[in-house]
Design a protein around this ligand. Structure first.
Ligand code: AMP
Ligand code: MG
Length: 347
């Protein structure tokens, strides 16, 4: 034996320490993260945030997905797929399979809501919002012309092939955030995220419960109050909670408020006797389309459709502009009314 005999006793404890440290690092890596991380941004014309028990790389991937969906589905980007399709209206065109399937879902909701939800409102939404640039109402003639260029029944969709009549145009803004929230949830679940809250401007999907094990608590915006003031709270796990109303985006002209949700039967911003609609559903895409549609329909028609859809597992909170509030029976123990300015009513 040479020098090695004297070196060994010194290295043995060192090896042991390194081995224990490696095993410890591997063990702690395999444990779920305990502190959630949060990332915020501005996309799809709204503030978005994701809070999740995940690593930075996963949230980076989720934001990358949101960005690419925005670039595909935005009606006011000429470079988006929808922008291209609208520019090609009048000749047959090919959609990506994902956009074709989203449009098919949108058309199905158009049928189910008797046209209150209509994905062909681009000629009107362009008039009323000018992509956020218009701050005064268009002329009656312009609205009448716009009305002549809409109609979900006129869309020819055969698989991925689409034909829109000249001057028609798609606006998937009433369903795109829900779809994007579903896709984001799917990405996070695929990466084994067990707890997350995805908020795309009030279009919320939660995965699992809160990191501490309790249900997620989602505040329901009071549509008659400023942003952040809630009328109540829902406690949920693995669910989508989507709210719509004219409080979200609007402009004011000569003392009147003009909201971003258009009534396809008048061509004008919906003059609803509901001030806010919240839909709880498995898929956020469904909740998104429905929240927009029920707002347009107004209290009576919305209540009737809500009654049918409750049998399919959907739940609703309908806030009337007179302070009445309807909550589906299945929300007993899920929704808690906190504002004193609303009174709960039966349907
Ligand atoms: P939401 O914020 O989900 O209620 O959707 C409103 C957005 O959907 C608007 O900014 C328009 O892009 C589009 N939109 C407006 N009115 C309707 C409607 N009646 N049906 C479908 N989409 C609509
Ligand atoms: Mg919507």
């Amino acid at each position: 034996m040479t020098g090695s005999g004297t070196v060994r006793p010194f290295f043995r404890p060192l090896f042991a320490v390194i081995l224990i440290a490696l095993a410890g690092a591997l063990f702690f890596r395999s444990l779920p993260r305990e502190a959630p991380i949060e990332r915020r941004g501005f996309m799809m014309g709204t503030a978005v945030s994701i809070r999740a028990l995940a690593d930075e790389e996963t949230l980076e991937a989720a934001f990358g997905l949101l960005h690419s969906l925005d670039e595909t589905l935005s009606a006011h980007l000429e470079t988006s797929e929808i922008g291209r399709v609208n520019a090609e209206a009048g000749s047959p065109t090919q959609l990506s399979p994902q956009t074709a399937s989203l449009l098919a879902e949108a058309l199905a909701w158009a049928e189910r809501t008797d046209g209150a939800f209509d994905p062909t409102l681009r000629p009107l939404t362009r008039l009323w919002s000018g992509d956020g640039q218009n701050h005064r109402p268009p002329t009656e003639e312009a609205v009448a012309r716009g009305l002549g260029d809409i109609g979900w029944k006129r869309v020819r969709l055969d698989g991925d092939s689409l034909l829109l009549e000249t001057a028609m145009g798609l606006d998937l803004g009433g369903i795109a955030k829900g779809h994007a929230a579903d896709e984001t949830a799917r990405l996070l679940r695929e990466r084994h995220v067990a707890s997350a809250l995805i908020d795309l401007g009030g279009n919320i999907v939660v995965i699992g419960g809160r990191p501490d094990g309790g249900p997620w608590r989602i505040g329901i915006q009071d549509p008659r109050k400023s942003r952040g003031e809630c009328l109540g709270v829902v406690e949920v796990r693995d669910l989508s909670v989507v709210s719509s109303g004219n409080y979200e985006r609007f402009f004011e002209w000569e003392g009147r408020r003009y909201g971003h949700i258009v009534d396809p039967s008048t061509g004008c911003p919906a003059d609803s006797d509901l001030s806010g609609v919240t839909v709880l559903s498995e898929r956020s895409l469904d909740g998104d389309a429905l929240a927009t549609a029920l707002f347009v329909m107004g209290r009576e028609k919305a209540s009737a459709l809500a009654g049918e859809l409750e049998k399919e597992g959907f739940a609703f909170i309908l806030a009337g502009d007179d302070g009445t509030l309807y909550a589906s029976p299945s929300l007993e123990g899920v929704f808690r009314l906190e504002s004193k300015e609303y009174r709960l009513e039966e349907r």
